[in-house]
Design a protein around this ligand. Structure first.
Ligand code: IPM
Ligand code: MG
Length: 366
């Protein structure tokens, strides 16, 4: 089994280092190879996704990704900006299915900005389509308008589009995921205004007929954004397009107390996957050793489960994380009165220790 390790920029290197230490404890037969990506790759090779990095990712069973981006690259031409690396990986590996669970750990109920009773026990799975929509739709660009409100003026445009197979396959992913949970799917769209999302809604409804055991409902994205903060526990699986999924997954992440806790998995049709924390590169705290490594550590657990066929090892990592939280250790982003504030390395150490002791126990008890 081969893992491509792409730490990227900002806090990416610090948090990925902790995830690697956690993986090392498991002593499984992985080969790991590290490469530059994002701004770091641009500095070294003049491109955020060099061919060698892309090739490594393609030749691996899974990619463990940190984060990319820094304000200092905002002035570069778009194809050279760090974000293009992640978009390029998604596109080139065909990673169309993005899983973003938003789970509220009981220990962190007080870290959320929402009232505890609204989020205690929260367990939502956002399934975001990841290779279509306005993110990738062509044409796009700038030009002089020939019509619209200001003919003759400069304008910019993007194209929102989805093909039938793109919507069908993500709908199947959502219904199948729901079957393993509470058998409910909410499809989020903007069918009241956008042709693309009326099409989306029609197709999700059609696919849903193949899953009579799963309850399907539809919600407009503006309402979904509101319901997520009003009564988030009404949701179980949410399936939506690329852009709405981008926005709603950040919102859902914050319900759980910290975006620093949330993993994500992006899979293609052959279960090759890219695993990354849902948060970004946080250049403001990079290099200070204070970032929360837990989202990356639980992303590594998702990697073991979905792409590397090691569900037991995945469970062990997740239990280790829970026991560390139960012991009261917190990085700054999830700290609250009465808990102990630690940095990135100490948090990694604690997970490693919890995992090692669970392995020792297992060996002793057989
Ligand atoms: C995400 C990020 C990316 C996105 C950026 C970095 C391109 O916000 O993974 O949610 O918009 O998809
Ligand atoms: Mg985002």
């Amino acid at each position: 089994m081969k893992i491509a390790v792409l730490p990227g920029d900002g806090i990416g290197t610090e948090i990925v280092a902790e995830a690697i230490r956690v993986l090392d404890v498991l002593d499984l037969p992985f080969e790991m190879e590290t490469a530059l990506v994002g701004g770091a790759a641009y500095e070294a090779h003049g491109h955020p996704l060099p061919d060698s990095t892309l090739k490594l990712a393609k030749d691996s069973d899974a990619v463990l990704f940190g984060a990319v981006g820094d304000w200092k690259y905002d002035k570069l031409d778009r194809p050279l900006r760090p974000e293009q690396a992640i978009l390029g990986l998604r596109k080139n590996l065909g990673l169309f299915a993005n899983f973003r669970p938003a789970i509220c750990y009981e220990e962190l109920v007080d870290a959320s900005s929402l009232k505890p009773e609204l989020i205690s026990g929260l367990d939502i799975l956002i399934i975001r389509e990841l290779t279509g929509d306005i993110y990738f739709g062509a044409p796009r660009g700038r030009r002089i308008a020939v019509d619209g409100h200001f003919p003759g003026a400069e304008e910019a445009f993007d194209t929102m589009r989805y093909s039938r197979p793109e919507v069908e396959r993500i709908a199947h992913v959502a219904f199948q995921a729901a079957r393993k949970r509470s058998k409910r799917v909410t499809s989020v769209d903007k069918a009241n205004v956008l042709e693309t999302f009326q099409f989306w809604k029609d197709i999700v409804t059609e696919v849903g007929k193949e899953y009579p055991d799963v309850a399907l409902d539809h919600m407009y994205v503006d309402n979904a954004a509101m319901q997520l903060v009003k009564a988030p526990k009404m949701f179980d699986v949410i399936v939506t397009g690329n852009m709405f999924g981008d926005i709603l997954s950040d919102e859902a992440a914050m319900l759980t107390g910290s975006i620093g806790m949330l993993p994500s998995a992006s899979l293609n049709a052959s279960n090759q996957g890219l695993y990354e924390p849902s948060h970004g590169s946080a250049p403001d705290i990079a290099g200070q050793g204070v970032a929360n490594p837990l989202a990356t550590i639980v992303s590594a657990a998702m990697m073991l489960r979905f792409s590397l066929n090691q569900p037991e090892a995945a469970d062990r990592i997740e239990s280790a994380v829970k026991s560390v939280l139960a012991s009261g250790l917190r990085t700054g982003d999830i700290w609250s009165e009465g808990t102990k504030r630690v940095g990135t390395r100490a948090m990694g150490d604690a997970v490693v220790a919890a995992l090692s002791s669970s392995i020792t126990k297992k060996t002793i008890t057989g």
